[in-house]
Design a protein around this ligand. Structure first.
Ligand code: GSH
Length: 173
């Protein structure tokens, strides 16, 4: 039995949910009320001490962090397709998990937090500058290919995608 804890406006939740759907896995979705601070209360902190969504529970295993969850699901349920084992190919895919946790988070993800959720602690000038930089990099890189690596969809695409289109598009159905 798989349970996903998340929030409907969270891109990190979105990428995991998208992957669960693509893998045709049955799961229960449990919304966490971020606006009311449910993610900082002891019951949820017991699952995710960082107090963040998403968290995935698969049987007695509890997993945190969207990228780590994508890796887990790919390896456990996705065969070699979504996450290759070959040294070079694996490194190519993991590179993008790193880019999403670095450049994408510092740029478009933070800009979205600032504009959509009013998180004023974010330095919006810096986030905007970084967003322009990584979006231009992605534009250039994807100008002659359809997928980030291996000429096919991998978890690299799932990890990077949600914070790249115009933020309002990133909503769960
Ligand atoms: N590295 C984590 C980051 C998760 C994250 O930042 N989640 C946001 C929602 S997209 C969150 O829970 N924010 C609430 C908070 O940090 O207090 C991941 O990739 O899952």
């Amino acid at each position: 039995m798989i349970t996903l804890y998340g929030h409907e406006l969270s891109g990190n939740t979105y990428k995991v949910r998208l992957f669960l759907e693509l893998l045709h896995l049955e799961y229960e979705y449990k919304p966490v009320d971020l606006m009311k601070g449910e993610h900082k209360q002891p019951p949820y902190l017991a699952l995710n001490p960082f107090g963040q969504v998403p968290t995935l529970v698969d049987g007695d295993r509890v997993l945190q962090d969207a990228q780590a969850i994508l890796v887990y699901l790919a390896r456990k349920y996705g065969g070699d397709t979504w996450l290759p084992t070959d040294a070079v190919a694996l490194s190519q895919v993991v590179r993008w998990l790193s880019v999403t946790a670095g450049e994408v988070r510092q740029g478009p993800e933070n800009a979205r937090l600032y504009h959509l959720f009013g998180v004023k602690a974010i330095n919006i000038e810096r986030a905007t500058e970084k967003a322009h930089l990584i979006l231009q990099q992605l534009d250039d890189y994807l100008s002659d290919r359809s997928w980030l690596e291996l000429d096919r969809p991998t978890i690299a695409d799932l990890a990077v995608f949600p914070y790249v289109p115009w933020p309002q598009m990133v909503r769960l159905p």
